[in-house]
Design a protein around this ligand. Structure first.
Ligand SMILES: *Cc1c(COP(=O)(O)O)cnc(C)c1O
Length: 226
């Protein structure tokens, strides 16, 4: 077994254990492998190991890898901060965008629709006290969700967040779960909770996460971008 295969299966075992401990079915959890900064060849290797969902956080890298890997059958999740003027390029390459955090970005993604394709999106919530971090303020989650519901080429799937650094992630994930319930009051099918990274996916699973975004624990350390 390659090191990559061993790390992937070790993480999948830990996901399954954490799910069972939380009284959940591991099959209801989607493990997205975050491949940012790694070469496209890594995505190909992951796909050969059965990975079906990968995550990228920069538009240029997403566009480059999807162009190079047209023959590889994975779903591309865009999880990074998005500039409005990159929305069309993101939409062309991504199957889901987790980082919709303002009306204008939702509008730009909608305007970039081609034909009758529908893009899965989640509302990114900022759970930190720093307004400069990505995500909409918790108080504005519902109104952003309602705005997305007016845009027919976007399918609102749920909420996404990154836990604040250097704090116990559990209270942040509990808050995200509450916000998920608020969103489901206006969009009952929007049941994705995208949360949990290498350092906190066990806590995220305990709090109901449906989509984990795990990078370095599976891929190994990210190459330095210089
Ligand atoms: C990089 C990244 C991840 C994965 O981080 P790891 O700690 O390597 O697992 C998850 N979510 C977002 C938004 C990221 O940018």
């Amino acid at each position: 077994m390659t090191e990559l295969a061993a790390r992937l299966s070790a993480i999948d075992d830990r996901i399954a254990d954490a799910a069972r401990l939380a009284g959940r079915d591991p099959a209801e959890i989607t493990r997205i492998v975050v491949t940012k900064f790694h070469p496209a060849s890594l995505v190909r290797e992951l796909a050969e190991l059965g990975v079906r969902d990968v995550g990228e956080n920069r538009q240029q890298e997403l566009s480059g890898k999807t162009a190079e890997l047209g023959d590889v059958d994975v779903r591309w999740h865009f999880i990074g901060q998005a500039q409005t003027n990159k929305a069309a390029a993101i939409r062309r390459s991504a199957d889901a965008v987790h980082s919709v955090d303002r009306d204008r970005l939702a509008d730009a993604l909608h305007r970039a629709a081609e034909g009758d394709d529908v893009l899965d999106v989640t509302v990114q919530v900022n759970l930190t006290d720093d307004p400069g971090r990505g995500g909409v303020a918790p108080a504005d989650v519902r109104s952003l969700a309602e705005h997305i519901l007016t845009l027919p080429s976007l399918r609102l799937r749920g909420v996404m967040a990154v836990a604040p650094l250097d704090q116990d992630p559990a209270p942040a994930f509990a808050r995200l779960r509450d916000l998920s319930e608020q969103v489901r009051e206006v969009a009952p099918d929007a049941d994705w909770i995208s949360a949990g990274m290498t350092g906190d996916f066990v806590e995220a699973i305990a709090a109901g996460a449906t989509h984990l975004r795990i990078g370095s624990a599976i891929t190994g350390p990210r190459p330095d971008r210089g």
